[in-house]
Design a protein around this ligand. Structure first.
Ligand SMILES: *[C@@H]1O[C@H](CO)[C@@H](O)[C@H](O)[C@H]1NC(C)=O
Length: 224
């Protein structure tokens, strides 16, 4: 290898290693089960650990993901989340899980997870899924039609969605690379903020009539 190649390899490693360890903290012990009793007044980047001697199997256990969420809502879908909030053993582990139910022609509307990449497996039904890349990548749309057993990845931070294009209910499960991946639903966030963003500003941003923005804001204010 020439000196310049060695230098490039060195720089690549030097840049990659810190990026690789900057997400959910890597455990410095076997586990750090979230302590639910210490939730007032003091904040840490994550949750406090329960005394390991008090930790039980229940701390690593969740039950109920066999039950469909109620899809009787405007978007006809329901996400059941298993993360550090309801499974304390996930604390510091950098992983979580969701079940998503879709009524026929229901959808999980455009949203993004600020802290997690998502890997989804379809169990039942037919989904049209996709994500849009960032401005730097020219906002390209990547889509696929999924059938049972198909898997799709939504890279961290990308706006993505799933639509049930079948006549029957659909069920998917997805893993996320964070104990607390977060969700930003685009329509609710932009049109349903409290207080609302000035409708004139959004009219210009979205190239819409201000009255349409006001209608949207009224709708999402009541939905949220
Ligand atoms: C999702 O389903 C659960 C359980 O049936 C229900 O409590 C919740 O209100 C539903 N959420 C939405 C947004 O419909």
């Amino acid at each position: 290898m020439r000196a310049s190649q060695v230098f490039i390899v060195f720089i690549t490693l030097a840049l990659a290693i810190p990026f690789g360890i900057t997400y959910d903290p890597s455990p410095l012990q076997d586990f750090c089960v979230a302590n639910k009793n210490l939730n007032n007044g003091v904040f840490v980047n994550g949750k406090f650990c329960k005394d390991p001697k008090q930790v039980k199997a229940e701390d690593f256990f969740y039950s109920g993901l066999n039950v469909a969420g109620d899809t009787n809502n405007d978007v006809k879908s329901n996400v059941t989340t298993v993360n550090v909030e309801n499974l304390p053993g996930l604390n510091t582990m950098g992983i979580s899980l969701v079940r998503i139910d879709y009524a026929p022609y229901g959808q999980n509307p455009p949203h993004t997870h600020p802290r997690g990449t998502e890997i989804l497996v379809l169990i039942e039904g037919t989904l049209y899924v996709g994500f849009v890349s960032s401005n730097q990548d020219n906002n390209r749309l990547f889509t696929k039609i999924l059938h049972p057993g198909d898997v799709f990845v939504f890279p961290i931070g990308m706006i993505h969605f799933q639509v049930n294009i079948g006549k029957t209910p659909a069920v998917a499960f997805a893993g996320l690379s964070s104990q607390n991946a977060g969700v930003i639903t685009i329509a609710n966030t932009v049109f349903g903020s409290k207080p609302p963003i000035n409708p004139e500003f959004l009219a210009q941003a979205f190239q819409l009539d201000a009255n349409i923005v006001k209608d949207l804001e009224a709708k999402f204010a009541s939905n949220n």
